[in-house]
Write a protein that binds this ligand. Sequence first.
Ligand code: GDG
Length: 484
Amino acid sequence: MRTLFVSNRLPVIVEKKAGVWTSHTSSGGLVTALVPLLKRGGGMWIGWPGPSEAQGAELEGVLEQFSEQQGYRVAAVPLSTQDYQRFYQGYCNEILWPLFHDLQSLCNFNPDYWTSAQKVEQAFADVVEAHAQPGDLIWVQDYQLMGLGRVLASRGLQNPLAFFLHIPFPPPDIFMKLPWRLDVLRGLLQYEVIGFQTRRDLANFADCVHKLLPEVERRRNPEEVRFEYEGRTCAAGAFPIGIDFEEFAEGAASPEQDARLEELKAIYMGRQIILGVDRLDYTKGLPYRLRAFARALEKYPELHGRVTLLQVVVPSREAVPQYQKLKAEVEQLVAQINGRFTQPGWVPVHHLFRHVERTELLAWYRLADVGLVTPLKDGMNLVCKEYCACQVEGNGVLVLSEFAGASEQLGKWAVEVNPYDIDGVAAAIREAVLMPPETRRIAMERLRANIREENVYWWLEQFLAECRVIQEERTERFTTPLAR
Ligand code: GDG
C-alpha cells in the first residue's frame, strides 16, 4: 500500500545560501523511520515547507531537487502569513497545545483561529486530493491536522484514512472546554485508524466520545476501541512511539565519543551529572524542576559539591508571550539557585539556552549519572528514551514524571515522580544520586531492553499492521454481498 504522509511541517528546511536556494532534511526519529517506507513504497510527504521566502515556481524547484536527492517525493501546502499566525500560532499553539496538556487556563479561545484552521484544512485537502491515487493510505500526523479527515471524507475521497496523535488526549472535563469540541470529535471519527501514544489517551478519547456523542456505538477490546459512526468504523488503539535505539547507542559508543567523555569527566571532576534536555515549553515543567533541585540542595547538604544539574533548554515558539515569560522565569530561578548555593569551584546549575549539536548531546546523555525528565504532561517524551539508549555503560538512573506517556512503558524501572511534588522530586533526586551501582545497572538494563525492542520501527509496523487489518475487513465487507 502506498502511503501519503501528511504533517503540518515538511521534513525539509529551505534556505538561501550565497544567493542560491538550498534544501536539507530536518533530522529526527520520525523522519528516519518513515523515509525507508516512503522510498520503498513510492509514497509522498505533504506539508507546509516552513516560513521560507521561496514562493511559487522557485519553491517547487527547490522541493523537486530535494525529492530527487532524498529518493522520495514531497509536496508543499503554502500558507499565507496570516494563516500561519492564526492557524499555527493561534489555533495550534494557543488553544490545542495547552488544552491537550491539561493547561486550559493558558488557552486563548479566539474564534478567528478556528475560522483560519478550517481554511488551512481545505488547503491541505486540496494538495492531498491532487496527489492521492486509489488505494493510497493517507496517514495524517498530529494535533494540528485532526480535522483533515473530516474535510477529506466530505469531499468523497475513498482512500483509507489514518491518524496519529503525538500529544496527549485530555479527559472529558478538560476537552469539553473546547468551543468546537463536537466538530473535532466527529472529525476524528472519520479516520479508520487512530493511534494514541498511551492507553491513558485512548481511554480519555473513548470517554469523550461516550460523553459528548452518546449515539456513537463503541466496542472495547483489550487492545483497541471500535466506534461505529455514520456507517464508518473507526479503530482506536495505543501505539507508543519509539526511537532508533541502535542509532543512538552506536552513536554514543563511537571512538570520538570515548574521547569526548574523558574530556567531560575531567571537567566535572567526579561530580554526578543530572541532565535535563527540553524544548522551552511550559509543559516540560522547568520551573517546578528547578524548585525541586533547589529544595534538594536545601534539604540534603550532602549533595553540595557532589552534583551538577546540566539543563539544556532549546529555544522554541519565541513569538508566543507565554514562552517569553517562561524563559525569564527559568533564568531567574537558575540565577537564584546559583547565587544561593555556589561555592568556589562548584556551580550547581549549568544552564544552556541554545540548540546543542547532536554529537555533543549524545556525549552528555552518555555522561549523565541521572536523566531528569519531569514534564507536567507529555505525549511520550523521547528524551528519556534517548538518554537510556546512550547509557552504554549502563550506570545511569532515570527519574521520570508519571505524566509522561513513556511512564506506561518505563515507569517500573525508573524513579517515578509527580512533577508538581517539589519535596517528592527533591527526594527522588537524592535517591537517584545515592542509588547503589548494582541497582542502577539492573534497572538501566531493563529500560534499555524495552527501548531497544519497542523502537520506532516496531511502532511503525504495529500501526501499519492495524491499518492493514482494517483495510482487509473493509474489503471483505464490500465484497462479501457480491460474492454471494
Ligand atoms: C512531541 C510530543 C512526543 C532536544 N534538544 C535538542 C535536541 N532535542 C531533540 C531530542 C528529542 C526531541 O528534540 C524532543 O522530543 P520530545 O519527545 O521530548 O518532545 P516534543 O518535541 O514535544 O515532541 C512528545 C514526540 O512528539 C514524538 O511523538 O514524544 O511527547 O510533545 O528527539 O533529542 N536535539 C539536538 N539538540 C538539542 O539541543 N540535536
